[in-house]
Write a protein that binds this ligand. Sequence first.
Ligand code: ATR
Length: 273
Amino acid sequence: MEKHFAVIGNPVAHSLSPAMHRGGYRELGVEADYLRFQIESGDLSQAVQGLKALGFSGWNVTVPFKEQIIPFLDELTPEALQAGAVNTVKVAEDGRLLGHNTDGNGFVRSLQDEMKIEKGMEVVILGAGGAAKGIAMALIPYDVKITVLNRTPERAQQLVDLIKSQGGDAVVKPWEAGDWLNSAQLLVQTTSLGLKQEQYPFSLRGIFPETWVVDIIFNPWETPFLREARELGCRTLNGVGMLLYQGALAWEFWFGGQAPVAGMKKGLFEALP
Ligand code: ATR
């Protein structure tokens, strides 16, 4: 019997998840389809009930519902609990709704395609919102040293406290300090500045050319931040790999086994704008 999956969010019209997952179904000959639904915030509870009643096997959740959906779920995985956010829901055999989060580990898997995450590595995270939190949580098991910079220092401190409460090593530095540039081995830009195409409030001049610089978005493909990093000789990575692997990990949560990453990547790249 054909299985049904979807992504819910608002806006969701440009989501590449349907193309990516269908690429995976094609590779393995899985009888399934993947749709996208834009819903209004007030309708979230009914939408969840509707998806369940219609027999959906699972769905992805994107902005602005990753936190809002939690009260409508029956159980959260440790990853979802730690992140305080859900990007993947599975309908269990007994009808229970399980919330999971694959964003942070998707980020880690995309990094591992390019580099080795070493113990003691100096990681600088720009931003302290939901995305930063998921990434920081997924990096804790690798024993890296995390520095958090954020426009609002209180929020940076909250993230650092959370990282420490989970056994990680983290400090806050002021946005404008600049000294982190000389020690960073991995710099991850998670703020919404890239999305808004705004100028970020500091320069990367002085950065180690050895540094890996990541922006977690991929539209634009190269943000002004990544462009500056590349021009300064750094190795750069955009967010397309994170999208691919959060999808692959969602697949594995739904189906078990190994996700058909090559087919998913093909579907995703064919659909890129
Ligand atoms: P997400 O879940 O995508 O991380 P979020 O939780 O709203 O979204 O977090 C947005 C991040 O972008 C925050 O780190 C935010 O900084 P503040 O905590 O100071 O709000 C950052 N951000 C957004 N607009 C910014 C701007 N114009 N300048 C600097 N930082 C900005």
